[in-house]
Write a protein that binds this ligand. Structure first.
Ligand code: GLV
Ligand code: MN
Ligand code: MN
Length: 409
């Protein structure tokens, strides 16, 4: 298949090896790690190769500029993120950044002269894999995460976000809502691999869709406390085993979510002291919960907490639940969404999504929209995540049409 004139293939193959683990084939691009810095330097090279001005903003987000934005000439922004979950796939994030540069190439090849500046952005720490909070870069930019709270976040080794940033050469003192920058931004359009199978179903069977809404979702830390003891000599009835309370909580959360048509996942757990022959003293586990409405999400989480407490009372343990990051429901700007659908083409499906995105966070401060590229299996947050090259190229063309329309406004 011939390229569509964009630099997609060269951009994609240069980024592909960055941060990929040889044994799993998954990506480990954690915020401010060496792999993240290598991905950032790929971004800078892509910008330089195109003669675009490149900068890192106060919050660690990357920007490449075609033209100079001002409050009188607000920019159209496109991009995504470069960081990953542990053993993530190649597409979640990078597809949007690569497609952004490739769409810019296509517009230039077509001789298009934008009436407004265009920026390609890569937002910092979207996945929150290292410090626990998702979309840190866009939340700070939008002022929905306080700089003090962000600086104090710690990774599993006790390194704070402020320390990690500083060792990567970024000054953490500048974090916080960036009104000056926000005043120069007109709209944000993020292209992303679909993280479900809606586009791959026989009824849809389309390479590209447009986002309608994002489910509200949150991350909650549950700390189960019991008493460490000998695995052999402690009679079963005499134990205060937090693992038991944790295990029952996993099962009940799954059941509650299933009954309510919501999502509940325990994907991360820490056991102390983590010994085969000891009843654990403490289990810390993280619940990822998502539901169709904010009310349904609150009810689900409350239900999980109440049941965990009931179980803890029976097990002689305790449980405490703390919300680490909660994202409200997002309905994308209807006017921009309609223009995006028109630019992509008639019959383009509108999809709700259960995944979080920087476009969801930024929707609070500027009109945002999203394009989804078909994922044949729907698998994401896994090395098995995929999109066909041909669909990716259709995505680039669709994004270029959207940008063309927005830049002409
Ligand atoms: C981001 O990928 C999320 O967790 O939804
Ligand atoms: Mn993701
Ligand atoms: Mn993503």
């Amino acid at each position: 298949l011939a390229d569509n004139g964009s630099g997609f293939d060269a951009l994609w193959s240069a980024l592909l090896p960055v941060g990929r683990d040889a044994s799993t084939g998954g990506y480990r691009r954690y915020a401010w790690s060496d792999a993240d810095l290598a991905a950032r330097s790929w971004f800078e090279t892509a910008a330089h190769d195109r003669g675009l001005g490149v900068e890192t903003d106060r919050n660690g987000n990357l920007w490449a500029w075609w033209g100079t934005a001002s409050p009188d000439r607000p920019a159209v922004v496109t991009g995504s993120h470069l960081d990953s979950v542990p053993d993530g796939g190649a597409y979640d994030g990078p597809l949007g950044v690569v497609s952004a540069f490739a769409a810019l190439d296509l517009l230039r090849d077509q001789g298009f002269r934008p009436g407004r500046p265009l920026a390609v952005a890569a937002f910092a720490d979207e996945e929150g894999a290292r410090f626990g909070v998702a979309c840190v870069g866009s939340r700070l930019l939008a002022g929905v995460l306080s700089p003090e709270a962000a600086r104090a976040l710690r990774d599993a080794d006790g390194v704070s976000l402020a320390e990690a940033m500083a060792s990567a050469g970024h000054d953490p003192d500048g974090l916080g809502r960036d009104d000056e920058r926000l005043a120069t931004l007109g709209a944000y359009v993020e292209l992303h691999v679909e993280q479900g199978r809606a586009l791959a179903t026989a009824e849809a069977d389309r390479p590209v869709g447009v986002a309608a809404a994002i489910w509200p979702h949150g991350r909650y830390r549950l700390t189960f406390e019991g008493a460490a003891d000998h695995a052999g000599t402690t009679r079963m009835d005499d134990r205060r085993d937090p693992m038991l309370t944790y295990a029952e909580t996993v099962l009940s959360a799954r059941k509650r979510a299933h009954l309510r048509g919501a999502r509940a996942t325990f994907g991360r757990v820490r056991v102390e002291p983590n010994a085969t022959n000891a009843v654990p003293a403490r289990v810390v586990a993280w619940l990822d919960a998502r539901a169709e409405s904010e009310e349904a999400l609150a009810t689900l989480v409350d239900d999980v907490r109440v049941r965990a407490e009931e179980r803890a009372a029976r097990d002689g343990t305790t449980v405490a639940l703390t919300a680490e990051s909660v994202s409200p429901a997002v309905v994308f700007d209807p006017a921009l969404r309609d223009r995006v659908v028109e630019a992509v083409g008639p019959g383009t499906p509108l999809l709700p999504t259960q995944a979080g995105h920087d476009a969801g966070v930024l929707a609070a401060v500027l009109p945002t929209a999203m394009l989804f590229v078909r994922n044949p299996t729907g698998v994401s947050h896994s090395p098995a995540e995929r999109a066909e090259r041909a669909d990716c190229l259709v995505g680039v063309e669709a994004l270029a049409r959207v940008l063309r329309a927005e830049l002409a406004r």
